[in-house]
Design a protein. Structure first.
Lengths: 370, 370
């Protein structure tokens, strides 16, 4: 609901709210109850109880009453081994969300331009708006490639917004959420080469697709990579994300973060989960296999077009009314996601569940779409 | 170290940093190792192991892999019982720090004035600077009251900065950190009555002093109270804080917060600790008793003047060089805090430890000050 300042009673404290905040709608994820939760790109696999117990074994001896390490030293050491970059090139935050926000505060903030090729992850636009940045949304486009319809960048359109005088910030979600796949690599590199500012490459879904810019940072010191423990590592509830970049860039993020941004529990949980590489690899191969199977199944459903995915979710174009499909799935206990973007008005997004969940999804979709 | 933009090499990615961020020094708490940690106003009492185990009993059955409640419903219900206000008047964040930051983003942000009577808690100034707000620092003053020297507000000076056209934001730390006691209540109310904006009353130390504005919010709908689990509740490592205010004001904070700002572990830990009211009351009375005893001891030390405290720490004025006293205490294993403010250049701040820790502190202080 839009509130206009003139309509606010003189006695209401709302009159003290910033104009640009007054207009915003709060981001509130669905609280629908369901049997199978496929709306938020989470992993369907909880952390196994034996790993939970190892986390607890460490936690119970820690002091809850003291503020915990503000620079996440132990976790950065573990991440250094996992990613192959130096600890000083790593910054840890409270989920990918905080990383995105801190990048905006350090490199954009009031009045600077933030370029966002969209549809994409909605936090970029929301946080940049709250920061008072000048948000520039440039539409991504549907293209034919190798006989398939894919979503890609329109580099010519994007470059029209590049300035050579004032530094800017650009977000590239790679692979892109909610469309599901990588943008063309040459186009991404062309944009990076021509940009006068920081390029934040969001690799939240890295472990499902494998492409990364972390090994090319010496060529692109103005690139910051964003990663998360919320997807393949099954720690969405714990809020841990990290950034990888040039040491000098990483140092700036410490200036804008909250002093104790990552809780004791979250730091320890992330350190412990990184020791579980067998579990991790096993989970990873389960996902890759399930993705292939789910894709094959989806391709047999009439009136449903599935876009390629290098993530743990699929975006599908529907010939039937997508709100109807969403509701019918929900009635049957499956929660999926309708995106608000105009370009996605006929699409539905759902993440990859367990093989059993995927079979149920497929059978309901067949039923609803027939 | 100050870096000037002209000195930055054209190849360095630092040239993309915001000017006002480039100038900032990151807030990095002391990492000195010590036997007795009295520098950060934490509780010396860890959460007892039986309460830790009750927290874990709940946690092990929760899904680590799903994002957890973005509106902290269960915790707001518990807090409603603890504080006596309605759940809709409560907003939960990742420590008092996030609450402060969200208040700044909703009600100040780029170019609006943030008035901060100081010396006070440093986060107000840091976060307001990062937000691009216009920070107005107004000095608090030393006054004689009932034959004692105290720190109080200079309302005349502060009011000179009040505008009647543009809304503003003002922080009042009540009781004030690092000076330790409440400002005069009539002065606070006079400022609140005359201010055209939001007054954020930081009650982080409420449980050590007992005064609050939460029961006067119907008179002052433009007041937001800030509280924390980091002090008396011994959960500093877990990052949970909350705001209490008018429902319409509280709603705005949901627009600027990170979507999943408080982790699963932290929400559950706070819910469980609020069930432990016997432990809480026992801890509270231990603090009150220890504060009296420590104060009596401090008053017998020559060359040391102790300011009144309604918190869990003391600020002391020293006749000897305070950096020397700090270093001598550190050599003996006790970590205290030197504040950077000019007005506090002869002072040392330390929090109240266990009775045993306080005795050790007193004996070392006697030795060093003699």
């Amino acid at each position: 609901m839009l509130i206009f300042r003139e309509e606010i009673a003189i006695t209401s404290p709302i009159r003290f709210v910033r104009d640009d905040i007054l207009k915003l709608t709060p981001y509130m994820p669905s609280k629908e109850s369901c049997d199978i939760k496929l709306d938020a790109n989470e992993s369907p696999y909880d952390v196994p109880i034996e790993i939970k117990e190892r986390i607890w074994k460490r936690l119970q001896d820690e002091h809850f009453n003291y503020y915990y390490d503000p620079s996440c030293d132990e976790l950065r050491e573990s991440l250094s081994r996992y990613t192959g970059v130096k600890p000083d090139q790593i910054f840890v935050g409270s989920g990918g969300d905080e990383i995105i926000n801190d990048i905006i505060m350090a490199f954009a903030g009031p009045d600077r331009d933030v370029i966002i090729p969209a549809p994409t992850f909605s936090s970029y636009e929301i946080f940049a708006t709250v920061a008072g940045s000048n948000v520039i949304i440039t539409p991504i486009v549907r293209e034919q490639k190798y006989g398939k319809e894919i979503w890609d960048l329109n580099t010519q359109q994007i470059k029209k917004h590049f300035t050579k005088d004032e530094p800017q910030l650009m977000f590239l979600c790679y692979p892109n959420n909610p469309t599901g796949d990588y943008f063309d690599e040459e186009k991404v590199i062309d944009l990076i080469n021509n940009f006068n500012g920081i390029v934040a490459v969001d690799e939240a879904y890295f472990e499902f697709g494998g492409k990364t810019f972390t090994d090319r940072l010496s060529d692109y010191p103005h690139v910051i990579v964003i990663r998360t423990f919320s997807k393949i590592f099954s720690l969405a509830g714990l809020r841990v994300g990290y950034a990888i970049g040039h040491e000098d860039i990483i140092k700036q993020l410490y200036k804008v973060k909250l002093p104790y941004n990552v809780s004791l529990f979250s730091q320890i949980a992330a350190v412990e989960i990184l020791k579980e590489m067998d579990w991790f690899k096993n989970t990873q191969s389960k996902f890759i296999k399930a993705r292939e199977q789910l894709k094959k199944g989806l391709e047999t459903i009439n009136g449903l077009k599935v876009y390629p995915s290098s993530t743990n979710f699929f975006l599908c174009e529907l010939e039937k009314c997508r709100d109807m499909v969403y509701e019918e799935l929900l009635k049957r206990g499956i929660l999926t996601r309708c995106l608000g973007d105009d370009a996605l008005k006929n699409t539905l997004r759902f993440c990859i569940g367990t093989p059993e969940q995927n079979e149920i999804l497929l059978s309901y979709l067949r039923e609803i779409m027939s």
